[in-house]
Design a protein around this ligand. Structure first.
Ligand code: CTP
Length: 433
């Protein structure tokens, strides 16, 4: 039996005031409707570990969409309902969201099929979750606001630093949990419990990950690559022989680890230098799959079932990254204009990945490109060319491009020199003016 513990003061200190007030409002409203409501999942784990987490998931014993609708009306927020799953999401004007789900027990008629839903108690709802640390709830209704429900030893596992499933079929029910387990283990520096590890190895040997739909595989990889300790995650996936489920050629060797180390240095410099936040997982993705050729990348994309714009964007970023590495390697003369020509039009994430692959000796080049080269533009413009009497035509583009090149390579530096160069080019082309 679990020890009863009220963590309302911890909830209030860990969450912003606004969010804890929202939770109190939800509790009161649910109570007035005769429903029990609970805060569940990752946010409870993070409150207990005193981490910030703003993903608010509410489970209701009863009609969750009905509660969500009343709550949205009260807060003048938007609500959207998912009838089949009896869930709803409330979205505030500033984008802040609260997810509502009806507590449920899942019957897996076939492990890969969608679960059927029925009302059931909170304990059953928690029991169908992945790991003990994610299977705790905080009661929001009644006099027990803040009561922690921990039926499966989540608190103990946080103290013991253990990732533990709740039952032996957990990975069979949902094989993507193999990847989630790795992610939580590295994020919190937890070990996989011995029994859970046995089940994990068994799941791998049964190739259960092959059953996970593409989009889920893609998302889980994206989440893993978004973690600070993604390298540990990749090494753990290597240890458990899970990498092959992404691509049979996927390997982590010392060379790749070195690339990741260079990337880390580069990104450290970047975040110190610039305000914008890079999507770090993109650079890591490029390096991870750097040795795949086009055919193999297509296979990976089809494993991920990514199509349309998502595919076009990812493929574009990846191929530009590969091409840039190749182009820089074969440059005889590493001129500013040549580098700019290669990196321009690439996502910064692809540029940093390319430089990480090229190696530390190219770091200065990246810094020059990002701080100087990419901002170089001609001082003269079309109006100046017009004033000189050059008739407007396609030649304008050519002239401006050549001025930019010469400026980048320090062949010219003043506006006067730019004008001279423009004149020279026009005359060479036999343009009368
Ligand atoms: N969950 C699960 N099995 C899955 C996915 C999710 O049991 N395959 C449950 C867990 O209880 C989890 C909750 O659903 O805590 C919410 O899932 P998600 O938002 O994906 O995870 P978080 O735990 O919130 O993780 P993160 O901190 O990365 O957002």
């Amino acid at each position: 039996a679990q020890k009863l513990k009220n963590i309302s003061s911890l909830v209030k200190t860990c969450l912003p005031d606004r969010v804890s007030r929202i939770l109190e409002d939800i509790g009161r409203l649910a109570e007035s409707m005769g429903l029990n409501a609970y805060l569940v999942g990752g946010v409870v784990r993070d409150i207990l570990m005193q981490n910030t987490n703003m993903d608010i998931d509410i489970v209701v014993e009863g009609d969750a969409p009905a509660l969500a609708k009343r709550f949205a009306a009260m807060k003048k927020a938007k609500v959207s309902e998912h009838f089949k799953f009896k869930t709803a999401v409330v979205i505030f004007r500033d984008g802040f969201r609260v997810d509502f789900a009806t507590s449920r027990t899942e019957y897996y008629t076939n492990p890969a099929s969608a679960p059927e839903v029925e009302n059931a108690s909170i304990r059953n709802d928690l029991y169908r979750r992945d790991f003990s640390i994610n299977a705790m709830a905080v009661k929001l209704t009644g006099d027990d606001f803040g009561l922690l429900l921990d039926f499966f030893g989540g608190q103990k596992d946080i103290i013991d630093k253990k990732i533990r499933v709740l039952h032996s079929l957990s990975f069979v029910d949902d094989p993507s949990r193999c990847l989630r387990g790795v992610r939580f283990a590295v994020r919190y520096g937890f070990a996989v419990g011995p029994h859970t590890e046995k089940l994990l190895k068994h799941a791998v040997s049964l190739k259960l990950l092959e059953r996970v739909v593409g989009q889920r595989m893609y998302l889980e990889l994206k989440y893993i690559l978004s973690e600070d300790s993604y390298v540990d995650a990749l090494l753990m996936m290597k240890k458990y022989d899970m990498l092959k489920f992404f691509h049979e050629k996927l390997a982590i060797d010392d060379f790749k680890l070195d690339r990741f180390a260079v990337l880390k240095k580069i990104n450290g410099w970047y975040s110190f230098q610039f305000e914008d936040k890079l999507e770090l997982w993109i650079s890591r993705f490029c390096i991870l799959f750097a040795d795949l050729n086009r055919q193999e990348m297509k296979r990976l994309a089809s494993r991920f079932e990514i199509t349309g714009r998502l595919y076009d964007e990812l493929a574009d970023t990846f191929y530009k990254f590969k091409h840039a590495v190749w182009q820089v390697r074969r440059l005889k003369d590493v001129k500013a204009s040549a580098i700019t020509g290669i990196f321009e039009g690439m996502k910064t994430e692809a540029v940093t990945a390319a430089v990480a692959v090229l190696g530390q000796e190219y770091e200065w080049l990246l810094k020059e490109y990002l701080t100087v080269y990419r901002f170089v533009t001609p001082s003269v413009d079309g109006n100046d060319l017009k004033s000189m009497g050059i008739p407007p035509s396609g030649i304008y583009g050519e002239i401006l491009k050549e001025i930019k090149r010469a400026k980048l390579d320090h062949e010219i530096s003043s506006k006067e020199e730019e004008l001279d160069l423009a004149e020279r080019i026009a005359r060479e082309r036999g343009i009368k003016f």
